[in-house]
Design a protein around this ligand. Structure first.
Ligand SMILES: Cc1ncc(COP(=O)(O)O)c(C=O)c1O
Ligand SMILES: Nc1c(O)cccc1C(=O)C[C@H](N)C(=O)O
Length: 409
């Protein structure tokens, strides 16, 4: 046992109270560092989904819309997510994809600030955010100004042309955690609204939406909320904007009285008006059960564990793989829950790591190691770094079998 082993042990002992690995069904021989793409299966999810399928659907049939609470599920599950992102009940609706929620939120932002023609966004945003923004901008007549989130407050200062600022809280590639409170305050001082994409922070980093006065937010649930592949996204609409929230996708489930079957759209009161079509009940059941395992968890405790894990992973890589070029900040307060390493052969490295049971993922030029704090340990971080070292030392990342690129990376 060397010094790094001893440190890993000591840190794991110090953080023992937040080790929730027993709540997840992870294979024993895998260090799973891709929970920022697809969170693992939480215990109880399979049984919960089976119960909904067999009992509620199989026996309850159509009556389950009333008897099993299916109709209310998008807002009930929304409140569960709300607790994790600092939103009081009644402000989060679940359903559809992040792309759809973003489309809705951007249109709603434009309607909240008519006459203003500029929207600020980060050119490094996840592609869907840029594509959706471009599409909405064409429809509402916005000019898009692309700039680093660091430069947003200065751009806003003294301006009166900005309708909205749309940013990711954590950068999907680098893991950079942006200043949500500061940018939100600067946007408000300039009369603009904020639309935050929480895909890489919800469940991993305290967001405190209400406390910071965020206007609108969206996020996916299949990463740190562990909702499962294709789990529905969520949209947050602050209480104060709900009456004016114009749903561009004015579907019938967001109607004030859907079963009146009126030919005229009347929006439901509250965040229910953000609903669109029929909720995906089986996916919601999986998400709901996955969130149960976080019900007694304080996201600040998750964050403390995550910061310790990612700091230790960085330290191990620095010690074992000298010259590692980190894309993720060294400063704990600026780093989300991942450690990204820049490397020209990142693709081969990620494939070779996976062949040895350390599962991360690749984004162009970057090996991305996502840290789902509840189910990972400092010992796992050390294993990952040692495996990284071994892959490079043996040139395994250059092996022919690691050059094949599957459809989904
Ligand atoms: C920041 C960010 N926004 C959006 C998405 C995707 O959105 P959707 O749920 O529409 O696939 C992702 C990941 O897939 C993401 O990382
Ligand atoms: N949503 C995904 C999917 O449907 C397939 C594969 C990966 C994803 C992802 O979540 C990608 C992820 N947002 C990212 O940060 O790269």
């Amino acid at each position: 046992m060397d010094e790094l082993d001893r440190t890993a042990r000591a840190l794991d002992a110090e953080h023992a109270a937040t080790d929730l690995r027993a709540r997840f069904e992870l294979p024993p021989d895998v260090v799973y560092l891709d929970g920022n793409s697809l969170g693992p299966l939480a215990r109880g999810v399979g049984d919960a989904v089976a119960r909904v399928v067999e009992q509620e659907w199989g026996r309850g049939l159509v009556g389950s819309w009333n008897d099993a609470g299916w109709w209310e599920a998008p807002l009930r599950v929304g409140d569960r997510i709300g607790r994790l992102v600092g939103a009081a009940p009644g402000q989060v609706a679940v359903g559809d994809s992040t792309s759809v929620r973003l489309y809705q939120s951007l249109h709603a932002a434009a309607a909240l600030r008519p006459g203003r023609r500029t929207v600020l966004a980060d050119p490094s945003s996840f592609p869907t955010d840029l594509y959706v923004l471009a599409s909405v901008a064409r429809q509402v007549g916005w000019q898009i100004a692309l700039l680093s989130p660091d430069d947003v407050p200065a751009r806003l200062s003294g301006s009166d042309d900005v309708a909205a600022v749309v940013l990711s809280h954590v950068d999907y590639r680098t893991g950079r955690l942006w200043d949500l409170p500061g940018v939100t305050a600067a946007a408000h001082a300039a009369g603009a609204v904020t639309v935050w994409d929480l895909c890489h922070s919800a469940g991993a980093v305290p967001v405190d939406l209400d406390e910071h006065g965020v206007d609108l937010a969206v996020g996916c649930t299949y990463k740190y909320l562990n909702g499962g592949p294709g789990a529905p996204a969520f949209g947050y609409v602050a209480h104060r904007h709900q009456d004016a929230f114009a749903n561009v996708l004015a579907g019938w489930t967001g109607h004030a009285d859907p079963f009146a079957m009126s030919g005229t759209y009347v929006p439901a009161p509250g965040v229910a008006r953000a609903r669109v079509g029929t909720p995906p009940i089986l996916s919601l059941a999986a998400l709901d059960a996955a969130l149960v395992v976080l019900d007694d968890v304080d996201v600040r405790a998750v964050r403390r564990r995550s910061s310790s894990l990612t700091a230790f992973l960085r330290a191990c890589l620095e010690a074992l793989v000298p010259g590692t070029r980190f894309a993720s900040p060294a400063d704990d307060d600026r780093r989300g829950s991942q450690v990204s390493v820049r490397h020209d052969e990142a693709w081969g490295i990620v494939r070779a790591l996976a062949a040895r049971g350390v599962v991360g993922d690749h984004r162009p030029g970057i090996a991305r190691l996502g840290v789902g704090a509840p189910y990972l340990t400092h010992a796992d971080m050390l294993t990952a770094a040692r495996t990284f070292e071994a892959v490079l030392a043996g040139g395994e990342h250059r092996a022919a079998e690691h050059r094949v690129r599957p459809t989904v990376t």
